[in-house]
Structure formats: C-alpha cells, structure tokens
Write a protein that binds this ligand. Structure first.
Ligand code: KG4
Ligand code: ZN
Length: 347
C-alpha cells in the first residue's frame, strides 16, 4: 500500500465524529486524531435516539468536529489524500450531514471521495488496531446489527449467521429501559451487573446447540421482563440488588449465547472458507468486558486469537471510517460526488 492520509467522518447515529488516519508504506494505520462529539444528552430525555434531533445536532457541530480532527492531527486539509464519510446504513438525515460535508471537502480540495459502509468500517477496525489478515471470522454486534460473517477481503463478506429478531445492543438497551436505567443502556447494564449475582436468574439461552449460528433475543428479553415485574414493589420500583442481579444474569445469558453461536460459526467457517486468522469482535457491544472474557475462552479453546479493538474504537468513531476509506482508496474504490446516502445497506 502507498502512504496515505485520510479524513473519516461518521454521522450515522448519535455521535458526530471525525478522525485522521495515516497509512504507512507497510500498510499499517496510525490514528492521528479521533474526535467524538456524542449527542447522548440530547436524546436522554426521550430514552432513545430521535432521528430529527440527531440530524440537527450533527449539522450544528460537524464543521467544528472536522476542524478539530484536522487540528489535533496537525494536518492541513490540502494534505489529505481522500475524504471518507459513512454513506450508511443509519438514520438517513444524519448520514446526509456527514456525507455532504465530505462531498463539499472533496470537491473543494480536488481529492477523491469514499462513501464507506458503516458496518464495513466496524468490520475492518481490527486491521487498523491489530493488523489482522484476511480471512477472519467477524462477530458484529451493535445497536442495529448482530451478524457472524466470514471476511475474506475488503468488500467480501459471507454471512454465516444473524439475529432472527432483535440486535444484541438493542436487547441491552431494551432491558435497561425496562429496569428504569438511563439511555444508552449497554454500558449502564454492564456497570450495574458488576455488583450483581449472574446465577440468581436462570434466563434462557435461545437457539443454543442449533447447527446454524443464528441469534434470537426476544425470548430472553421477555424472560427478563417477567422476572423484573415479579419483583416490583407496589410503586413499580425495583431494589438496587434486584437490578444488579437481573443485569448480571442477563449479561451472563447473552455471553453464553454468543459463545455458543461463535463455536458453531468457527466450525462452519472452517468447512466453507478454510482456517480463519482470528475471531474478531466489532461494534458497540464489543466494549462489554464480560463478553470479551467469555469469548477469550471460546477462542482459546479452538486455537484462535481473539481480537477486540479497544472500547473507544468498538463504539462509533471517525477513525474506523478513515481506515475503511483508506483500504478502499488503496484498491481504487472511490465514489462519485453524486453518491446517495443509504438508510439500509447490508454488507
Ligand atoms: O456500534 P454502536 O456504537 O452503534 C451502532 O452502530 O449501533 O453500538 C451501540 C450499541 C448500543 O446498543 C449500546 O447499548 C451497545 O452498543 N453498547 C454496549 C456497551 N457499550 C455499548 N452493550 C453492552 N455493553 C457495553 N459496554
Ligand atoms: Zn456502529
């Protein structure tokens, strides 16, 4: 790969983010800056992301976030080799903001534009952080997606399994909500679970033992609701101890389920694609430490390294967009200035 300097802009959900990544002659990436302006406070009163509020909040700060990313990277816009932005999937009003900003910069600078698939950016992050080689098994677990994929190259993804109902991050968020915990739920459930007993509730491990590595979360979520409702006092409140024990038991059930599905996926991967270089975890739920610990054992047992990017690079960020942009640029995969934002864009 030739040396490159790429700006990445991310606005698909509730973070306005921009980063500059440098790729050396050896093909390894270095994050020169990684600025994330979260909208959590804007959405917290509503218990979830409100698309119209998200789009407006991106408009308000995107230029400052980009300027700050360039400043922290000590990079002039004119020195960039390309401008990348997430082109979807996501809330289309937000995607439009980041993509249009990238188009304007690319046009003015006379540099190539790369419209990056947000999921591909999550998928390729482990190549930025750990230089993981193709092919690898990817567990993509975010607020909107739960997939096991064989990644055999840039743009080459074969689906092994997916969720038949909710995404895992979504289940964390819904469980948090029904326990009265603040948005966003995943990190809060993890925090509460730290003081809880993971064995108090025997929540179901849906689809365990099935030959296809698919996921189902709705039965588990219902079991959590029934357990919680059985413990509420007349005002509907739960004790701190009950909340902690439910969070810990729910998290343990998710971790068990994910480990079982990954074991099946590794078997399928070996049958269909040969030996993977690693089990890679991507997406916001990858920030969960209990999940990481369980997957570490799972990977060790089958002789694979587990690669999980640091939490800040698991949740949405600009560095993953810049890196995926650089990978695509290196292959000559750039986009025309009239490329459209996409609400849906499966890998
Ligand atoms: O990848 P991401 O930042 O945004 C999407 O593209 O969806 O993932 C966000 C999801 C949310 O559902 C959030 O609750 C979950 O990831 N999440 C976590 C943790 N941190 C974020 N879930 C469990 N444990 C965490 N520590
Ligand atoms: Zn994401």
């Amino acid at each position: 790969m030739r040396p490159m300097l790429v700006l990445g802009i991310e606005t698909t959900c509730d973070e306005t983010a921009a980063a500059v990544v440098r790729v050396g002659a050896d093909g390894r990436g270095t994050i020169l800056s990684n600025v994330v302006r979260t909208q959590i406070e804007d959405h917290a009163p509503y218990g979830g992301v409100v698309p119209e509020i998200a789009a407006r909040a991106h408009v308000e700060v995107v230029d400052r976030v980009v300027a700050e990313a360039l400043r922290q990277a000590d990079t002039k816009a004119g020195d960039l080799d390309a401008v990348a932005a997430a082109g979807g999937p996501g809330l289309v009003g937000g995607v439009l903001v980041g993509l249009t900003t990238a188009k304007a910069m690319a046009l003015v600078l006379g540099k190539p534009l790369v419209a990056v698939n947000h999921l591909e950016a999550h998928a390729l992050t482990a190549r930025l952080t750990d230089g993981v080689a193709f092919p690898f098994l990817l567990l993509l677990v975010s607020g909107g997606h739960t997939q096991l994929l064989a990644v055999t190259g840039v743009g080459a993804y074969a689906k092994l399994g997916t969720t038949i109902d909710d995404a895992i991050g979504e289940a964390f968020d819904k469980v948090a909500k029904l326990l009265g915990l603040p948005y966003p739920g995943g990190p809060e459930v993890e925090r509460r679970a730290a003081g809880g007993d993971p064995r108090r509730f025997a929540f179901p491990r849906p689809l365990q033992g099935r030959p296809e590595p698919d996921f189902s979360l709705s039965g588990l979520k219902t079991a959590v609701r029934i357990a919680a409702d059985g413990l509420r006092d007349p005002s509907g409140a739960l004790t701190e101890k009950d909340i902690a024990d439910i969070c810990a038991s729910f998290q343990a059930a998710v971790a068990d389920m994910v480990a079982d599905r990954c074991r099946v996926a590794i078997r399928l991967f070996r049958e269909r694609h040969g030996e993977p270089t690693a089990l890679v975890v991507a997406g916001g739920v990858g920030a969960n430490q209990t999940l990481r610990a369980v997957l570490q054992k799972t990977a060790e047992a089958v002789g694979l390294p587990l690669v999980v990017p640091p939490p800040k690079l698991c949740t949405d960020n600009g560095a993953m967009i810049a890196w995926a942009g650089a990978e695509r640029l290196g292959l000559g995969l750039t986009d025309a200035l009239d490329v459209a934002p996409r609400a849906r864009w499966p890998l």
